[in-house]
Design a protein around this ligand. Structure first.
Ligand code: GLC
Length: 481
């Protein structure tokens, strides 16, 4: 049966993106829409966001906490907000327009750090969603929030709206894309949230923690990360509340959108190719090496992403001399930690034809790296799901990954399991482990026939959104029974 799903999120591709969250919100909403569900995605109208055409506007007053310095303790005020709605691809986008909150330099903060009033900003987002459903007298069946930014929506529904005859029966689901970001609101600012005092403690409110405790169903974005996060090492301080949820905490592996990531129709590439006809891939490889000034006679390892400790880029820097000594070429695209970049550049200066470092965010160059590299390196310390490895599989770049989270769930080591192997994996988060897995991968690469089989294995796999969307649908159903 068709359901109504209201998603609350801080990012959604192609409108607002800093990371994988944006791709997932968009692709999941579209996949659910294609399955007949009515999906609304509530998103802040950030500065510079390019909305769909023909927006409908609904003006509403949204209650948020009032600064006790200006009035009573535990008070709230009504803030005028306009919710602008328009068609996105397969779902309806509902943009919450409140200039003082969202017409700013960044989504979450600026050069000085996180915005101190993030509690207020995302309360406004969540409550605008609830108030819109109330004004239209059309509650969703499920309120589905993503990450801590959706915490206020779910927490408000279960407290301030607990007796609302229209809204209270909505089921709630929280998807944790990354447990490292909690959304911390110190006690002296907790008035912003307009939540009962028993939410949080004397120090303040940890939005993710409180929402994990109170959403009807909680998930993260792969089964392995769900399991790992129950222990201290990966739980990011939430393992206790995650354990408490028992079977109400599940893992659902993300997909990638096969229409967005399709080497047969990718305009950024020098030549199209597909699982059934990979001949165009050689041109993509030659094009990548020429663009980046890499000599093409050794295995090319692609690396793309945020250069931060989560992604294990320090392992790449530490392992780079050994990788180069084995003949590898490194094509690196990423922004972040200036020290890591400087370290890589210093190594690169000695081997200009073996390392290329592009210190920027560049969608087309990323596509060319997936299409032209021989292997795709993801040495993540933790990885809730990861999408780079899935894109790499589809684009014929054989993943070389640390066996954790979503990487563990999608990549099978070809030496351990020659039948089903689609990549290479290593366990410990240290450069030696990375280098020795790379040595095995390079040995396989030198055997051209074996390599073709390995590439074909990954390229034929189906990592589309049908299966994950079905799992979300099943999850939503448990909230309605
Ligand atoms: C976060 C996680 C990443 C995941 C993405 C989308 O960015 O770090 O592993 O793929 O969210 O769910």
């Amino acid at each position: 049966m068709a359901m109504r799903i209201a998603m609350v999120a801080s990012e959604c591709e192609p409108f607002a993106k800093t990371g994988g969250l944006a791709d997932v919100v968009d692709a999941l909403a579209r996949a659910l829409g294609a399955r007949g569900h009515e999906v609304d995605v509530y998103l802040p109208l950030y500065r510079g966001l390019r909305p769909p055409e023909d927006l409908d506007a609904l003006a509403t007053l949204v209650p948020v906490g009032a600064d006790p310095a200006n009035g009573s303790e535990d008070g709230f005020e009504r803030v005028p907000v306009v919710v602008r709605s328009g068609r996105a691809d397969g779902y309806r986008l509902r943009l919450v327009d409140h200039e003082p909150s969202f017409d700013r330099a960044g989504f979450y903060g600026d050069a000085r750090g996180d915005y101190p009033d993030n509690g207020l900003r995302f309360t406004l987002l969540g409550r605008a969603a609830l108030e819109t459903m109330r004004a239209e007298a059309r509650p969703a069946d499920v309120l589905h929030g993503h990450d801590w930014q959706a915490g206020p929506a779910i927490l408000s529904l279960r407290t301030r709206y607990a007796h609302d005859p229209l809204l209270a029966r909505m089921g709630t689901m929280l998807t944790c894309h990354n447990l490292a970001y909690h959304g911390w609101v110190p006690r002296d600012r907790a008035w912003e949230l307009d939540l009962p005092r028993d939410i949080g403690d004397d120090a303040g409110v940890d939005l993710l923690r409180e929402t994990v405790r109170r959403a009807d169903l909680v998930n993260t974005v792969s089964p392995s990360y769900a399991r790992e996060s129950l222990g201290q090492e990966y739980g990011a301080g939430l393992d206790d509340v995650l354990r408490d949820r028992g079977d109400r905490y599940i893992g659902i592996m993300n997909g990638i959108d096969p229409t967005v990531w399709d080497p047969a129709r990718d305009r950024a590439l020098a030549a199209p190719f597909s699982a059934d006809d990979v001949s165009g891939r050689a041109a993509c490889r030659a094009d990548l090496c020429a663009r980046l000034g890499l000599s093409a006679d050794g295995p090319v390892l692609g690396v793309i992403g945020r250069l931060d400790p989560q992604k294990g880029f320090d392992l790449v820097t530490a392992g780079a001399p050994a990788l180069l000594a084995m003949g590898a070429r490194l094509a690196i695209l990423g922004t972040g930690d200036a020290q890591l970049i400087a370290g890589l550049r210093a190594i690169g200066a000695q081997h200009p034809d073996r390392i290329a470092i592009l210190d920027r965010f560049d969608r087309d160059e990323a596509r060319r790296i997936y299409a032209g590299s021989d292997m795709f390196l993801m040495p993540s310390r933790f990885e809730p799901s990861g999408q780079g490895q899935l894109i790499a599989l589809r684009y014929g770049s054989v993943p070389l990954v640390r066996a954790t989270g979503g990487l563990l769930d999608t990549i099978t080591d070809a030496d351990l399991d020659p039948e089903r192997g689609n990549g290479f994996t290593f366990g410990p988060a240290d450069p030696d482990a990375l280098v020795s897995a790379a040595r095995r991968a390079i040995a396989a690469w030198q055997d051209r026939d074996r390599w073709q089989v390995l590439m074909a294995q990954g390229m034929h796999e189906d990592h589309g959104w049908d299966r994950p969307a079905e799992r979300y649908e099943e999850a939503y159903r448990t909230l309605r029974d």
